[in-house]
Design a protein around this ligand. Structure first.
Ligand code: SF4
Length: 107
């Protein structure tokens, strides 16, 4: 499982840049660049809502991934050693992206 660091602090699962969800799914079936991916598991925190997910933040996490043009994608699972999810100002999932995406399709 990759080490995952996530800058989307507005996500209810984010605890100090670690994810507490347990697993995530990255979207971007047709993606040819990082901007065309997103964390589909992102869930925006509302107002002052504090995370009440039962999960414990973890440095490593299972990452399912639909971005099949990424060189780290093997049968919809991420094989990268480290994944950076970017989204410091994200208010919705489409404003996040996998910064580790690396296209293997020459786009
Ligand atoms: S590094 Fe590639 S395979 Fe891994 S989550 Fe990001 S886009 Fe998906």
């Amino acid at each position: 499982m990759p080490l995952l660091v996530c800058s989307a602090m507005s996500c209810i699962y984010n605890r100090g840049e670690y994810c507490s969800k347990g697993d995530i799914t990255v979207g971007g079936k047709e993606a040819g660049q990082p901007e065309e991916t997103c964390c589909e598991s992102f869930m925006a925190r509302r107002g002052n809502e504090v995370t009440d997910s039962a999960g414990v933040p973890s440095a490593t996490i299972h990452v399912g991934c639909k971005a099949c043009h990424c060189q780290y994608n093997e049968e919809q699972c991420c094989t990268a050693s480290k994944v950076d999810i970017d989204g410091a100002s994200a208010k919705e999932k489409d404003e996040t992206q996998c910064g580790t995406f690396c296209c293997c399709c020459g786009k």
